[in-house]
Design a protein around this ligand. Structure first.
Ligand code: NFS
Length: 646
C-alpha cells in the first residue's frame, strides 16, 4: 500500500469495489474512517515487534538497538513471550466469554427467566450432555438444559483436573498435553494464571511463558470456544447448508435497514425475531418503508448467516462503509471488533448507533442492554426506534454489489454431505486425501486489517490453494471475504484443480466451505479430531496434511486461535502485518522449530501472501510424505480394535 497520504485511488486500499465507492463519499464529506486514519498514524515499530515492556513503572522499557534487557533485567525473549502470552490471554478471555454467555442464556431458559425461551436442537443437547458427563436418560428437556448449563458454567470455574472437552481430542494429543504440563484445568483458571505469570517478576523464561500461552489457548479452543459453538447450536440450531448473499448491496433502498454487528448470536436472533412481529412491519409501512431488512457484519453476520440465512453486509473493515451508504437506520452492536470510529461516522448520518452489551459502551452510543434477562423487550425497543428513524433518511447511496453464497457447513453437516443421513461420516474425505485427489485441507481464517489491502490476501490465497487441489474451510471475516468475492458457491469449482473439482462435483460441495464464526474454529478442531478417528491418516492431528492461514489478521483473538491450533498439532501461517515477536528472533524461531518439536505444530509470520501459499503447500506435502501417501495408494481401514485404541 502506498504511504502517500494524499492518494485518493481507493483501489489501493481494497480490492472490493464497494470500498472505493463509499470512501469517495467519506472523502467528499470530510468524514474520517479507519482507512484514512491508517494513513495518518504510523505503527510504532517498537511496540509492533514487542520491543516494549510496560508491565511495571520502572519502564516502559524499549529493549531495542543496543539494549538487550529492561531495567529489571528482563531479556528480549522474556518481554516478547510475556507480551504474546498477554495477548493470547485477552483473546481467550474474549472468545470463551461467548461460551459463558451462551451457558447463562441456557440457564435463564431452564429456570424460566426468558419469556418464550426455546431450544432449537434437542439432539445436540443430548450429545453435549454426554460430553459433559451427564446421563440424559429419562430427563425432560428443561431439566437437561439446566444440567447442561450448570455443567458448562462449572467448566469455567473448575480449579483442578482436566476440561471435559479435551477427551474429544485424539488420545495421543491428550497424553502429550499431560506430559508437557499444558493440560487445561478450567477456562477461567488458565486465563487468570496467564495474567499472574505475566505480572512483573513472575514467569521469566520464554519456554515456560510460551507453554503458558499454549495452555491458556487450549482452554479456549477445547473449552470456551468449543462450548460456545455447542451451546449456541443448542440454542439457535446446528447450521446446515443455506443460501444468502454478501456485500453492501444487501442493504435495502426501500426497507428499514438494521445492521447487527459484533459477535454473539443472542442479539441478532432477538432482533430478527422482533422484526418479524406483524406490529413492526405495520409500523414500518406506516412510515413509508416496504418492510424491515436485517443484515450482519463480522462474526454476528456469520452466526446469523449460518442459522437464519441473514445476509452479511461485509467483513470487519466494512463497518464504517455500511454507515456511509446513508441507508442504515440502526447499527446495533454487542462485543468485539467494533470501531469506536462508528460513533463519529454515524453522527454524520441519521444512523442510530446502539450498544447492547453491559461489557461494551462505546462513545456516545445509545445504550440499550440486550442480555439474557430481558432480551426480547430490549430488542423490540431497538427495532421500534430504528423504524421510527426511517423518515430521517437523507441521501442514500448503496453500491449495487453483492454475491450469492452458500454457508452453513458445520461438522455435522459435512458428515451428512459426505455420507448421507444413515452413514454420515468423513470417510470420503479421508479416502480422497489418501488417494491424493484432495492434496490437503487448509483453514483460511481471521480478520481484515487496514494495514494491508482489504481482501487481497484472502482472495488470492484461497484461489491459489483450491487451484492446487487443497480443500479450504473458512471462518470469521475470511469467510465473509470469500463470500463477497464469489468464492462460496459451487461455481468456485472453476478455480479448483482438476482432482479437487472431481471430488466436489461428486459430493456436491463447493471447494471453499463456510464453517462459521471465529469461535467456530472449534468446529475445525472437531473435524480434525474426526479425520484422525476416521482412520488412515495417522493417530494424531500433528502430521495431518492440514494447515491454517490467517492472511489479514488483526486481533488478539487471532493469536489465541493460532496458539490453540499449534497446541493441537497443526501448522499456522499469518500474513499481512509482521510478527508481533520480531524483536526477539529467538522467540520467533522457537515458535517455528521449538513448537514443531514439542507440539507438532508451528506459528510462522510470512508477510507476502504468495510466500504463505508456498509455505502452506510445502507443509502439506511434507505431511503427505511422512504419512507415505505422497504416491496414490489404498487406504488402510481401521478395524474396531484399532479404533478403540484411538
Ligand atoms: Ni475473528 Fe470475528 Fe473478524 Fe477477526 Fe473480528 S469479527 S472473532 S477477530 S475481525 S475474524
Amino acid at each position: 500500500m502506498s504511504d502517500d497520504k494524499t492518494v485518493t485511488d481507493f483501489s489501493e486500499v481494497s480490492i472490493d469495489p464497494t470500498a472505493a465507492e463509499m470512501l469517495q463519499i467519506a472523502e467528499e464529506r470530510g468524514i474520517e474512517t479507519v482507512f484514512s486514519r491508517v494513513r495518518e498514524i504510523k505503527p510504532c515499530s517498537t511496540g509492533a515487534t514487542s520491543g516494549c515492556c510496560k508491565v511495571c513503572a520502572m519502564g516502559p522499557c524499549r529493549v531495542i538497538g543496543k539494549y538487550e534487557r529492561g531495567v529489571c533485567g528482563a531479556t528480549r525473549e522474556t518481554i516478547a513471550a510475556r507480551n504474546f502470552l498477554r495477548q493470547v490471554a485477552a483473546g481467550a478471555a474474549a472468545h470463551s466469554d461467548h461460551g459463558r454467555d451462551a451457558a447463562l442464556a441456557l440457564k435463564a431458559i431452564a429456570v424460566g427467566e426468558i419469556e418464550e425461551g426455546t431450544i432449537a436442537d434437542e439432539i445436540k443437547l443430548v450429545r453435549v450432555a454426554g460430553y459433559l458427563g451427564i446421563d440424559p436418560t429419562g430427563k425432560d428437556v428443561m431439566t437437561l438444559v439446566g444440567e447442561v448449563a450448570d455443567a458448562a458454567l462449572a467448566q469455567f470455574g473448575q480449579q483442578a483436573g482436566e476440561l471435559a472437552y479435551v477427551a474429544r481430542a485424539p488420545k495421543k494429543r491428550q497424553e502429550l498435553w499431560r506430559s508437557c504440563g499444558v493440560m487445561p484445568r478450567g477456562v477461567d483458571r488458565e486465563i487468570v494464571e496467564s495474567m499472574h505469570r505475566t505480572h512483573v517478576g513472575t514467569d521469566q523464561n520464554y519456554h515456560s511463558l510460551l507453554d503458558g500461552a499454549i495452555k491458556c489457548a487450549l482452554s479456549d479452543g477445547w473449552g470456551g470456544s468449543m462450548l460456545a459453538t455447542d451451546l449456541q447450536d443448542i440454542l439457535y440450531g446446528t447450521p446446515k447448508a443455506i443460501r444468502s448473499s454478501a456485500n453492501l448491496g444487501v442493504l435495502s433502498e426501500s426497507k428499514v435497514n438494521v445492521v447487527v454487528h459484533g459477535h454473539e448470536p443472542l442479539l441478532a436472533s432477538m432482533i430478527i425475531d422482533a422484526t418479524r412481529e406483524p406490529v413492526m412491519t405495520e409500523l414500518a409501512k406506516s412510515l413509508g418503508a416496504d418492510g424491515i431488512n436485517v443484515v450482519g457484519l463480522c462474526c454476528t453476520a456469520n452466526e446469523s448467516l449460518m442459522r437464519q440465512g441473514i445476509a452479511p453486509a461485509g467483513n470487519m473493515l466494512h463497518q464504517e462503509l455500511a454507515v456511509l451508504t446513508g441507508a442504515v437506520e440502526a447499527m446495533v452492536v454487542d462485543v468485539q471488533c467494533i470501531f469506536q470510529g462508528l460513533d463519529d461516522v454515524s453522527s454524520h448520518f441519521h444512523t442510530m448507533f446502539v450498544t447492547t452489551s453491559p461489557k461494551a459502551v462505546i462513545g456516545n452510543s445509545l445504550h440499550i442492554v440486550v442480555d439474557e434477562h430481558r432480551p426480547r423487550e430490549a430488542a423490540r425497543e431497538i427495532v421500534r426506534r430504528a423504524i421510527e428513524n426511517f423518515p430521517n433518511r437523507k441521501d442514500v447511496h448503496i453500491p449495487n454489489v453483492s454475491e450469492p453464497l452458500i454457508a452453513g457447513f458445520s461438522h455435522e453437516y459435512i458428515r451428512y454431505m459426505l455420507g448421507g443421513k444413515m452413514r454420515a461420516s468423513l470417510n470420503p474425505l479421508n479416502e480422497n486425501i489418501v488417494n491424493g485427489r484432495i492434496r490437503g485441507v487448509a483453514a483460511v481464517v481471521g480478520c481484515s486489517n487496514a494495514r494491508s489491502v482489504q481482501d487481497f490476501a484472502v482472495v488470492n490465497i484461497v484461489r491459489e490453494l483450491i487451484a492446487n487441489n487443497v480443500l479450504v474451510v473458512a471462518t470469521g471475516c475470511a469467510a465473509i471475504t470469500s463470500g463477497k468475492h464469489g468464492l462460496l458457491t459451487p461455481e468456485t469449482m472453476e478455480y479448483a484443480g482438476e482432482t479437487l473439482r472431481e471430488v466436489c462435483e461428486t459430493v456436491g460441495i463447493p471447494p471453499v466451505l463456510h464453517v462459521g464464526s471465529c469461535v467456530d474454529n472449534s468446529r475445525i478442531l472437531t473435524i480434525l479430531a474426526d479425520v484422525v478417528a476416521t482412520g488412515g491418516l495417522g493417530d494424531d492431528i500433528a502430521g495431518l496434511p492440514a494447515v491454517a492461514l490467517s492472511p489479514e489478521w488483526f486481533s488478539e483473538k487471532a493469536l489465541d486461535i493460532a496458539t490453540y491450533v499449534v497446541g493441537s498439532g497443526a501448522h499456522v501461517i499469518f500474513s499481512g502485518v509482521g510478527s508481533p515477536v520480531a524483536n526477539s528472533p529467538i522467540v520467533e524461531e522457537y515458535m517455528i522449530s521449538g513448537w514443531t518439536e514439542r507440539y507438532g505444530g508451528s506459528l510462522r509470520f510470512i508477510k507476502e501472501p504468495q510466500d504463505a501459499v508456498v509455505a502452506a503447500l510445502d507443509l502439506i506435502d511434507n505431511a503427505r510424505k511422512a504419512l507415505k501417501i505422497d504416491v496414490p495408494q489404498e487406504r488402510v481401514l481401521f478395524d474396531m480394535d484399532m479404533r478403540r485404541e484411538l
